[in-house]
Design a protein around this ligand. Structure first.
Ligand SMILES: C[S@@+](CC[C@H](N)C(=O)[O-])C[C@H]1O[C@@H](n2cnc3c(N)ncnc32)[C@H](O)[C@@H]1O
Length: 804
């Protein structure tokens, strides 16, 4: 029966993600308030365009388009699949959103998933068992549930939700209310009828299924009274997976609720508790009970106390992290019977069976009638409507497997391209593809000056950034998306040396290279900051120990005291014991077995084993580890000011090595997936200020798909990479400081502060703005809906001295 006034409970997706206050003030100062707001809103959403980079060694873009069309069917593919007009090796798959979702269809049942799982859901993924944190007590296979992210308090994961937490089950509560309403519902009150209609068929049976043998044992020991039979059976079911006292409060609510559903519809559960009742209460029985059973018993005693209005009863319900439902007693009875929401405590039910239970039951404040029953007020961050593939208990017991599949997504992402033959390409965000293409774009021959985008000079003077036969370094390569694209752009001829810092990550590069069928990639475990081998006479490696005092300080700041000690102890050649030699041999053999090229022992003479002498590479990509503040969607921004400083310091250290590893005439691309100017424009400024005599900024394109960089300086930040204080940031914003549009000095003059680019320099780099095509509040150009990204390109015009 459709209750009167029921309508879909549509909810818009409009999360308010909290930032670290210092970081927010800094970014507001950098971008200006309006751009910051748009950027922050865009970062909560996934890009609506998915890009598939075609591996042109194996397939052509039109073959990929044809295969995807065939997979989708001509109608579904219409307007969804296309080749990127400026980046022909990319096939675009368009999605849509955000769409309003009818959470009312879930009838109050919900599942809370981890933040990461919620972000994956927004990108169209289903939820696997490990991502489930909490679920309503009665969720069974096939049920529709509202999916929420564990993020109800901005800035922190909701502390009271841990894996296995039982959420309040409004279906049960409604059922209880229906029973409590009893004759009142029959009396014709609309509200009472709404509540009474809400008891979903089959819930009680499901509850009975959840009553375990242990529960029966507990019942036997404590001998439930007739009126509590249902409650006694249901409470443990709700607590089964619970974790501590706070669940007891909820269990109480569920218990009261289930009593109703049982009375109304079930026989199985009644018989489940009948046996113990027959057994009667054994006074000493509690001694033999399990801890869990004793908790349940205590809980039921509390319930009884409450029902009898016993002293101190309300305290029993005041559990940590819960809100009180309001005063107990007859006036609060309806709200108490129905409950006040997922994370609200149960109020004291009016158990007198008297006045309260006889009154018609209005919906409590904030509740909504839906076609499936009353729904509690929702405060969570909801990310879609899903169908449970597993029952509640299985979700928590299973270590793997599909737990929930999306029924109504907030964002419709294009279907997976999983049906394509292996090696035809990979999902890779467009700015990443652009970064590798930019490296390949022609660069001016050293000695000549580039003039504006394109770097074209009258009469030519250009040479390719990448070409077959070159030796190229990808300094931070895993999982290898750009490495394999670079290899393909070189026609798989030459050598692409790919560093990453763990064996596991190097393994990812090896695996991807295999899948893509490229053979010119040499993946190597290496701390890229220590990859530069110096002649023994030069002492410490430049890239690793940093070239000067400033960089040393940066490295120490980035790495902490332990690493700084290591830096000072950089060894020259060390005597090697027989045992160490054998261990090294085994390690190398193992690496070779896994397809990883071990560093050459001979090169270990100065610096890190496997390190390279200066000027070893014809081209170089530094896709730096960064704060990743451009990745989307992000439902929480955890980065703090110190972390941003550390990222920038580590990047400067990597730059110090990179400029030396590149040979004169070679091209270098520096890229990040962050919107933080401290890691983008400020790092470019650092490189130009320090190595400007040998490194020239050139146009980062074609293709040119991003916007210009930020000009001038941060209005308030005091030193490179250091965010402004909240107060200073607010002052800067109030003063209208918007360096991104020229609010700073724009001359790069050194009067302190975090300095960025000049107008001319800013025009050469590409800054991908996540708000550029994000819809709702930003632009609405689906094709321009990207992650935040930054690309700068340099050409080496002369040698960089060892000590500079
Ligand atoms: C932005 S990701 C690289 C993504 C990669 N370029 C791609 O397109 O697939 C940065 C990588 O740098 C690696 N990394 C971080 N610090 C490093 C270091 N000191 N040396 C080498 N790799 C490092 C991380 O492990 C991570 O895989």
């Amino acid at each position: 029966m459709e209750p009167a006034g029921a309508e879909p409970l549509l909810k818009e997706f409009a999360p308010k993600v909290a930032w670290d206050p210092e970081v927010e003030a800094y970014l507001r100062g950098a971008l200006g308030d309006e751009r910051f707001e748009r950027t922050a809103a865009a970062l909560c959403r996934p890009p609506r365009t998915t890009s598939f980079r075609v591996n042109t060694l194996r397939a052509s873009p039109s073959e990929v388009v044809a295969a995807v069309r065939q997979q989708l069917g001509p109608e579904a593919a219409e307007g969804v699949v296309s080749i990127h007009p400026q980046v022909p090796c990319v096939v675009l798959l368009r999605g849509s959103g955000p769409h309003a979702v009818d959470y009312g269809a879930a009838g109050g049942r919900e599942v809370v998933v981890s933040r990461k799982a919620a972000e994956a859901v927004l990108r169209g993924a289903p939820v696997y068992a490990p991502g489930v944190l909490a679920a309503s007590g009665g969720v069974g296979r096939g049920d529709l549930v509202a999916l929420a992210a564990a993020l109800e308090r901005p800035g922190t994961d909701t502390p009271e939700i841990t894996r296995g937490t039982t959420l309040y089950d409004s279906a049960r509560a409604a059922a209880a209310a229906a029973t409590a309403a009893g004759s009142a519902a029959a009396g014709g009150s609309d509200a009472a009828a709404t509540v009474a209609a809400a008891a979903p068929a089959g819930r009680a049976t499901e509850a009975a299924d959840m009553v375990s043998a242990e529960v029966a044992e507990a019942e036997a020991a404590c001998g439930p009274q007739a009126g509590q039979a249902g409650a006694a059976a249901a409470a443990p079911a709700a607590m089964e997976e619970g974790n501590g006292p706070q669940e007891e409060g909820e269990a109480g609510a569920a218990a009261g609720a289930d009593a109703g559903s049982r009375d109304g519809t079930a026989t199985a559960s009644t018989s489940a508790v009948a046996r113990p009742a027959e057994a009667g209460a054994a006074p000493g029985g509690a001694e033999t009970l399990s801890l869990r059973a004793r908790r349940r018993q205590r809980h039921r005693q509390h319930q009884q106390q409450l029902q009898q209005g016993g002293p101190g009863a309300p305290e029993q319900l005041r559990h940590k992290g819960r809100q009180q439902a309001g005063p107990a007693g007859p006036a609060a009875a309806p709200a108490a019977a129905i409950g006040t929401g997922t994370r609200a405590a149960a109020g004291a039910p009016d158990s007198s069976g008297g006045a309260g239970a006889q009154q018609p039951l209005p919906l409590p404040p904030g509740w909504t009638a839906s076609s499936q029953g009353p729904v509690p007020p929702r405060t969570g961050l909801y990310v879609g409507l899903a169908r449970a593939v597993m029952g509640r208990q299985e979700m928590f017991r299973a270590r793997e497997g599909l737990a929930l599949e999306l029924v109504q997504p907030v964002f419709a992402v294009p279907p997976a391209v999983s049906g394509l033959p292996p090696g035809w390409g990979m999902l890779q965000n467009l700015p990443s593809v652009v970064a590798a293409l930019v490296l390949a774009a022609p660069v001016p021959v050293p000695g000549r000056v580039s003039e504006g985008p394109g770097g074209q000079l009258p009469g030519g003077g250009l040479r390719p950034g990448l070409a077959a036969g070159m030796r190229v370094l990808d300094m931070c390569a895993a999982p290898g998306g750009k490495t394999t694209l670079i290899a393909a752009l070189m026609g798989d001829v030459g050598e692409v040396v790919a560093f990453d810092r763990t064996h596991a990550k190097v393994g990812e590069v090896v695996a991807l290279a295999r899948e893509m069928g490229v053979t010119c990639v040499t993946a190597q475990k290496m701390d890229a900051g220590r990859a530069l081998a110096l002649p023994a006479a030069a002492g410490r490696p430049v890239g690793g120990g940093a070239a000067d005092a400033g960089a040393d300080a940066d490295a120490e700041e980035a790495a902490g005291p332990e690493r700084s000690q290591q830096l000072q102890q950089q060894p020259g050649p060390q005597p090697v014991s027989e045992k160490a030699r054998r261990r090294e041999e085994r390690r190398r053999a193992n690496m070779l077995k896994r397809g990883i090229v071990p560093p050459e022992p001979a090169a270990a003479a100065a610096g890190q084993p496997g390190s390279f002498p200066p000027e070893s590479f014809d081209a170089l990509l530094l896709d730096a580890p960064c704060s990743a503040l451009g990745l989307r969607p992000r439902l929480q921004q955890q980065a703090g000011a110190l972390y941003l400083r550390q990222c920038a310091a580590a990047q400067r250290r990597l730059v110090d090595g990179a400029v030396r590893l590149l040979r004169p005439g070679g091209a270098m691309v520096y890229s990040t997936c962050t919107i933080n100017p401290g890691e983008n424009e400020a790092v470019v400024r650092y490189l130009l200020d320090k190595y400007g005599a040998a490194m020239q900024l050139v146009a980062a394109g074609p293709p040119f798909l991003g916007g210009p960089g930020l000009v001038g300086r941060h209005p308030t930040a005091a030193e490179p990479g250091v965010p402004a204080t909240a107060a200073a940031g607010a002052a800067g914003a109030a003063a209208g400081g918007h360096a991104g549009t020229g609010g700073g000095s724009g001359d790069g003059a050194d009067s302190g502060g975090e300095r960025w680019l000049t107008e001319a320099e800013a025009a050469l780099v590409q800054r991908f703005d996540p708000a550029a095509g994000a819809g709702a509040g930003g632009g609405d150009d689906v094709a321009a809906d990207h992650i935040g990204f930054f690309v700068a390109k340099f050409v080496k015009t002369g040698p960089v001295p060892w000590e500079s």
